[in-house]
Design a binder for this molecule. Structure first.
Ligand SMILES: Nc1ncnc2c1ncn2[C@@H]1O[C@H](COP(=O)(O)OP(=O)(O)OP(=O)(O)O)[C@@H](O)[C@H]1O
Ligand SMILES: [Mg+2]
Length: 264
């Protein structure tokens, strides 16, 4: 059984106002089927507007597909009752690109990381503080950062907070949607290294969404290339990058510059 299985996901957005004429249809996902096995990082790459985030949102239940099924841990997500869905959702977390808007600026780092824990576990304040401090250390920050506010942290540090929150419940799958894209290259490498280390330590699976094949190549085990709402190419092994045939994949490949140490 795959950890995640998508069967024929379709999503169309209608743009414009029907009162003033015909509404334009944007087919963001045109029948996507794919699987993700446990412990694997699947890179989902494609140019801007190819439908990657839409697919991520559908997996997270933030958007409803027009057609198709999302199977996660053997259950069809859109057929579950609220209680079952909540239980399953603890195994499915997300880190978005914009680390600042992902957090409530009025909360302390401690409160931000504790949010999912409070939703699912009944801990005393002492137990909760200990857990948050452990998480801060796991993501390479100091225990004292627990009292800080988001504006007191750099983008890289704040993305570590978002990662700490995502792993707090020891989920099975984390969707990383352009999670390193807005960071400086060196910080990107540090965060990618952290993600790779956490994946091993906690047997995590990732759906690593990016327009940047270079970052994907750094962390992914498998690759799906999206173009205009479809998966146009699939690689079982990132060692086989040169086998990519589609002109769109080749274009993404040609943009892979030797910026990161030790790649290509
Ligand atoms: N809420 C929405 N309403 C209308 N159209 C949308 C909506 N969300 C996405 N779209 C459209 O669907 C298409 C796919 O968008 P999506 O955000 O999934 O692409 P993407 O591959 O994640 O792009 P990027 O690399 O820029 O993040 C685009 O044409 C986009 O304009
Ligand atoms: Mg996107």
């Amino acid at each position: 059984m795959s950890l995640l299985e998508l069967r024929g996901i379709k999503k169309t957005y209608l743009l414009g106002n029907s009162v003033f004429g015909k509404r334009k249809a944007v087919e963001a996902n045109k029948g996507i089927s794919l699987t993700l096995e446990e412990g694997v990082c699947l890179g989902l790459v494609g140019e801007s507007g190819s439908g990657k985030s839409t697919l991520g949102k559908i997996i997270l239940g933030l958007e409803k597909p027009d057609q198709g099924e999302v199977w996660f841990l053997g259950k069809s997500l859109y057929c579950l009752k609220a209680k079952e869905l909540k239980e399953l959702r603890r195994n499915l977390q997300v880190v978005f690109q914009d680390c600042y808007s992902a957090v409530n600026p009025r909360l302390t780092i401690g409160e931000i990381i504790a949010e999912p824990i409070r939703n699912y576990e009944r801990l005393t304040s002492v137990q909760e503080k200990k857990k948050v401090q452990e998480l801060l250390e796991i993501v390479g920050l100091c225990q004292e950062d627990i009292h800080k506010y988001p504006y007191q942290l750099s983008g890289g540090q704040l993305q570590r907070i978002n990662i700490a929150r995502a792993i707090a419940l020891k989920p099975k799958l984390i969707i990383l949607d352009e999670a390193v894209s807005s960071l400086d290259v060196l910080v990107q490498v540090q965060i990618l290294n952290l993600l790779a280390q956490l994946k091993e330590e906690f047997q995590l699976s990732y759906l690593f969404i990016s327009h940047d094949l270079q970052a994907v190549n750094y962390i992914a085990d498998r690759l799906a290339v999206m173009y205009k709402g479809e998966v146009i190419e699939w690689l079982e092994d990132m060692e086989q990058l040169e086998r990519l045939k589609h002109p769109v994949s080749k274009k993404l490949l040609s943009s892979v510059l030797p910026t990161y140490p030790g790649i290509l």
